[in-house]
Design a protein around this ligand. Structure first.
Ligand code: AKG
Length: 296
């Protein structure tokens, strides 16, 4: 699926755009399922295990920040990751043995849908090595005005910036951090059906959706099977116990085989503790920590 040039670009820059990675039929089905979920959110009044509600959400005008863990909410999202051109991109970048870390369908509603403050995913879930990435499959066209993802090229090879504010893990950097070179930001716009890839250490963020269109991006966050999570990161897996963890590992395997010998590498890590007052999603973490916004 990927050319040598694309792979080298990703290695060098820590991000990539892959155009038309799904077929028209797959895109139509993804949209149908997604709009069905949005429709069903009309009856929901509080964020729950499926929906993270945005400010102003109501039965008349659904406003979501995200649908949580779509690969667990509908089999189509999981099948697509396991058996499509996306799977090829995954193994070309991470090798034959791959697992899902998490997934989310960020649904930035028109007219101000929440910004995502600048951060490195790696700050949320440090592992024994950084063979980790996020795919962002665009389910609607992503343009300059509907809150596109922005990345700072090359930051996947740099330091882990501080994600602390007011004594808690804020899930965002301070926009005044001297290590934040905002002028280098690249904006990733594209047609529906295209997919961004960003390395877990790549610094990224996105502005509010100022358009009158939805910005729907399906994120799959994946890693090589020999990258093992460090205790203290904000994931349910740390509370499972051995037997349930073993079952969960098998459920998260996308391609190849599980690996019980973690690959240890000299990567910069920091445990994301103490948690923010509300650490139930990145939006809530960033907001409840009181971190300064880069988009205010
Ligand atoms: O939805 C976006 O624009 C970015 C999402 C993101 O970076 C995240 O959820 O970690």
């Amino acid at each position: 699926m990927l050319t040598e040039e694309q792979k080298n670009f990703y290695d060098e820059n820590g991000y990539l755009m892959v155009e038309d990675v799904v077929t028209a039929g797959q895109l139509a089905e993804l949209r149908r399922i997604t709009y069905d979920f949005i429709e069903k959110s009309r009856n929901v009044t509080e964020s729950n295990g499926v929906y993270d509600l945005d400010e102003g959400h109501s039965a008349d005008a659904p406003r979501l920040t995200r649908i949580k863990l779509p690969h667990k909410q509908h089999p189509y999202f999981w099948d697509l990751l396991k058996n499509s051109a996306i799977t090829e991109v995954l193994t070309e970048l991470l090798g034959p043995d791959t697992m899902i870390q998490t997934s989310k369908l960020n649904t930035k509603a028109p007219g101000g849908g929440a910004a995502v403050e600048w951060h490195q995913d790696w700050a949320f879930y440090p592992h024994t090595n950084d063979s980790m990435l996020a795919f962002g499959l665009m389910l609607e066209d992503v343009t300059e005005d509907n809150g596109p993802l922005m990345v700072i090229p090359g930051t996947h090879k740099g330091p882990l910036l501080s994600h602390m504010a007011n004594g808690v893990f804020a899930g965002a950097i301070d926009p005044d951090d001297p290590l934040f070179e905002k002028e280098k930001a690249v904006t990733l716009t594209g047609r529906a059906g295209s997919m961004t890839v960003h390395h877990a250490r790549t610094l990224h963020g996105s502005a509010p959706n100022m358009s009158d269109r939805n910005r729907l991006i399906l994120f799959y966050e994946c890693h090589a099977a020999d990258a093992w999570p460090l205790l203290g990161a904000g994931s349910y897996i740390h509370s499972l116990g051995q037997r349930l963890l073993w079952q969960d590992l098998q459920e998260r395997l996308i391609t190849g085989e599980l690996c019980l010998t973690p690959r240890m590498e000299a990567v910069p890590v920091s445990i994301p503790l103490p948690p923010a007052p509300d650490a139930s999603s990145i939006f809530k973490t960033q907001k409840s920590s009181g971190v300064k916004s880069a988009f205010a």
